[in-house]
Design a protein around this ligand. Sequence first.
Ligand SMILES: Nc1nc2c(ncn2[C@@H]2O[C@H](COP(=O)(O)OP(=O)(O)OP(=O)(O)O)[C@@H](O)[C@H]2O)c(=O)[nH]1
Ligand SMILES: [Mg+2]
Length: 453
Amino acid sequence: MTRKLPIIAVATAPGKAGVGVIRISGQNLNAITAALFQKKLAPRQANLLTLRDAAGQVIDQLIAIHFVAPASFTGEDVLELQCHGGPQLLELVMKRCLELGKDEGLVIAEPGEFTLRAYLNNKIDLAQAEAIADLIDAQSEAAVRGAARSLQGEFSNDINDLIEEITQLRILVESTLDFPEEEIEFLESAQARQRLSAVKAKLQALREGAKQGKILRDGVQLVLAGAPNVGKSSLLNRLAGEEVAIVTPIAGTTRDRVKESISIEGVPMHIIDTAGLRETADVVEAKGIERSWDAIRLADLVIFLSDTHSNQGQDDLKEQILAALPSKCPVLEVLNKADLLDQSSKAELKDTLLISAKTGDGIEALKQKILEIVGWGGPQEGAIVARRRHLDCLERAAEHIAKSEEFAANGNNSLELFAEELSLAQGRLGEITGKLLPDDLLGKIFSQFCIGK
Ligand SMILES: Nc1nc2c(ncn2[C@@H]2O[C@H](COP(=O)(O)OP(=O)(O)OP(=O)(O)O)[C@@H](O)[C@H]2O)c(=O)[nH]1
Ligand SMILES: [Mg+2]
């Protein structure tokens, strides 16, 4: 993944457009530039130039900008060619560049390789590199803003501040370890416990922010499950605001999963309506039910829907669903067809989340409940986007801090272990920004980028 050859790729999206950009990055592009345009380009200037094929025929008139290392996106020399945006034309320009750059070893870039080089040349850290991909993939305005903040380094700065505080604490502890006679007073005099509490509180705040950031980036997989005919498809249609799924009075209407993405207060919700769960001899329905279970197992939140008049067997079904779920996945029980209840029955059910997919009653409360359960704290100033990877690192760092706290509580005999846990916590935080990385991680992260980025 860390080759040194110059690389080239189309940076703009495939398809016809006014302009199409091709980028070349390498340690020194003077030879390639000279071969393409028979001249050296002044850095950072827009040059209107003509590119010709081997026979001297014009391929395109384009604008070329030469960013000289290290003042470029990748930290290497970068040549940006702004061509006319036709797919065939860009193909031809690429081909000509590869021909003329052959002696310099010019090759087509792997997905994410430009950004990888930016990272390896310390132009950005790993969390910022991920933010570039997230910015490109962002599905809502809030996600764009969050990714932009992460790219500006807001998330990384918070992580680095925390690492710095832990470092200071470690320096204190470790210097004490060299002078055992001073250990006795260390915990008090260095205010180690207070400092540790402060670290813990900051880490907790970062975890909260990252949790919100993950929701903003990925949204929530919300699965509607329950017995046949309770109104799952009706609820999907109600939430989506259109007739995406077929609704009939016949039990077993939905066979395949029906997916629809909506946004509740800016949070992307990927709703999956499933086949009603029951014993069946029908092969097609049975396959659909299998798929329902697959969806349930992958959910972030399951809405277990029942209706007001078919309560038989619901408890067994609920137990089955709970047993199939990963332990962290919440299940929200909702009772549909409230419109069929009289006032006194409604009063009896006042602790139940009652809705009517038919009339829309209770839907707003349901939406709020969903946001509450997934832990959405509302639009926030300074929100960032975050990934599962970040959450995992933060969680593991928090575990180490908790352990170090235990050792601190044990008193001085545990100082060495206390220091060791701090160091481990620091390592996990360093993984977020890429300061400390397991070997295979870079390849994994950058291979998910689109080509040309
Ligand atoms: N009165 C009333 N009827 C409803 C309500 N929601 C759904 N129904 C009716 O219940 C029947 C079943 O609705 P669906 O939405 O197809 O139910 P489902 O859970 O998707 O059913 P399957 O796909 O068969 O599992 C239809 O006749 C709906 O019109 C409601 O809130 N009130
Ligand atoms: Mg249905």
